[in-house]
Design a protein around this ligand. Sequence first.
Ligand SMILES: *Cc1c(COP(=O)(O)O)cnc(C)c1O
Length: 368
Amino acid sequence: MNQINVTKPSLPDIKEVKKILDELWQSRWLTNNGKFHQEFEKKLADFLGTEHLALCANGTLALVIALQALRITGEVITTPYSFVATTHSLHWNGIKPVFVDTEKNSFNLDPNKIEASITPRTTAVLPVHVYGYPCNVDEIQRIADIYGLKIIYDAAHAFNVRLNGIPIVNFGDMTILSFHSTKIFHTFEGGAIICKDEKTKQRIDFLKNFGFADEVTVVGPGINAKMNEFQAGLGLLQLKEFDQNKEKRRQLFFRYCDMLKNIKGINFFQPLEGLDYNYAYFPILVNEDKYGMSRDDLYQKLKDIGIYARRYFYPLISNFPTYRGLESTQSSNLINATQKSEQVLCIPLYSELAFDEQDRVIKVITNK
Ligand SMILES: *Cc1c(COP(=O)(O)O)cnc(C)c1O
């Protein structure tokens, strides 16, 4: 039987991709804000319902640049329950990460625990909309306003999510997206930064291009984080297919909900009222005592028959050697995140997953 992975990148028709390649071979304009870059940047902003968007080479550099653009220094409050790049971006800016626990009933940073971790050196909060489920954005904003902190959201999982009709990318001071191949919307590698005004976008555009403002002016120590023309051209094609792929994932998502809802010891979240979710992931929480099998044993059992579920996010970022020495990594401070990390398993969900393949996954989980 064929192998089933946690995700499988969706791709547009190769004939359409070849047309883009033909154009690039003709024009020889391969990067540096070319035709496809300009068109994709504009169309993407419209699609997401936002205004000031800068494309980037990937999501990690988008994070690094967002922090630079807002001149964040000192300490930043963030979550240990994410992909390592979230915290690495702080490290690459010489900023000290301060880990705060997640909520009991979600995978996201707990706003109620932010205040206790604020010091005179705190300048910003870097939360993650984990699996595409929005953070408690109102409460985080309220606290940030009181203490004068900036907010940068890592929305790598939250492509085109809307909360009560508001595009998720429009909350906070900046939001970053990732278009890596494992994400529901991808350009092989890629990313974007969404900000509040055109002046800030311009600063981001300088920073992603070595700091060049024009041929002879370098306004700061920028980096190279430009999206190339092939990525942008591919992005234009991917945009056209997003809604149709989302609909397929939506069906698979609710099939999982239906078939797993009565399994003792298997828990999962469903989108609440007001959330236009993107159906990016299907994380289940395995309660060993009630389910009668540990998360790791279930993971192995699936793997033994060629189903590669993933333990996103295990280990916690705070448990990696690079960050383990920080005071905020004490697991007594990170009780909820630790528990989720030990119980979670993301099971396969992608637009091309066939129902009978999905049934194979479900069968392993239901027939212990
Ligand atoms: C994928 C991911 C990133 C990094 O994005 P890249 O495009 O791979 O650099 C950052 N944060 C989170 C939460 C991610 O899942």
